[in-house]
Design a protein around this ligand. Sequence first.
Ligand SMILES: *Cc1c(COP(=O)(O)O)cnc(C)c1O
Length: 407
Amino acid sequence: MRRVYMDHSATTPVRPEVVEVMLNCLTEKFGNPSSLHYFGRLGRRALDEAREKVANAIGAKPEEIVFTSGGTEADNMAIHGVAMLNQNRGNHIITSAVEHHAVLNTVKALGKQGFTVTILPVDKYGMVSVEDLANAITDKTILITIMHANNEVGTVQPIKEMAALAKAKGVLFHTDAVQSMGKIPVNVDELGVDLLTISGHKIYGPKGVGALYIRKGTRWRQSLFHGGAQERLRRAGTENVPGIVALGKACELAVQELDKEAVRLTGIRDKLIQEVMEKIADVRLTGHPTKRLPNHASFCFEFIEGESMLLSMDMKGIAASSGSACTSGSLEPSHVLLAMGIPHELAHGSIRLTLGRDNTMEDVDYFIENMVPIVERLRAMSPLNPDSEFDFEENCADCKISSSCHL
Ligand SMILES: *Cc1c(COP(=O)(O)O)cnc(C)c1O
């Protein structure tokens, strides 16, 4: 069967060039970077080179990079770190309603430990207002954490403006750049941020590795874990050298190919959006129409459930994702879609298509060819559709699932 993977915001395959350097590291450069002997020195050198590559890719200095177990740890580290460093300066943290759970739940956890939290709303495109941010900053604010690009709807935030505002008020600014890395330019000085998160597996590297950029001068001498003195006392634990080397290579390639790939992906994305809007009725594009990631298309389909669409698509070999309740593992649909003011019923019909290196224009044709009949068939039997053939008497009479049903 033809397989079309359109879920690159969830994860990406590891590129062959990355596998190659990683394999070489696993077998040949296995020494512990803390060891003084030859083997240790090889590991140390591999680590240093990777740090340089990651730093170069985001316009940072090598000593400003701390390797972590992924985007989640880097987000936790940034937020906890600033909170602990600045406890005697203030206790106010500002974030947005559309953050990844790695940020949102970390901030909320601190909210239960005596920190004051402001969660900024977004407009219908998922955009945070710079003015709202300006109004939210107080003399107790110690950290602002707002993502560069959203994973669910692709909206790119005005980080440069917001970080400038933070700087003027002497507040540290963190951004989660896991989704923007490799898709649009990510440069710590251009953006003006103090802390920035990236993750390996979203940029054709392996899972379980990421990095936090910490701007020089933040006097960071703490680790989420207690242990050894690795990463200049900022992250205890023997370094994941093969993963880190792979992250270095993935970053290097991502930046080398960014301009060309962004143009190519934008072309495919725009065709995808245009065809969906033209060929399928009652569909809404979610996220910003223009200020969005070049590989990101997301929609809400009326009268259908996201997971029914995903399952039907999967039977045709198409892989995508949804922010509807069942896929998110809770009864509530995606917090991002709800924050954008999308009604519950519509949010249940959300589909996210995220493109990558392996996608082509022909994939769009294949998607549309299969999606049009899928939507037609599901809508014909959907209880949410006023014109459907769904038999309420027969199907709903003895139903006990009342709390999650929106009928
Ligand atoms: C995937 C993702 C993360 C988490 O990164 P992991 O490496 O999977 O822990 C954080 N933020 C965003 C925006 C993401 O898309």
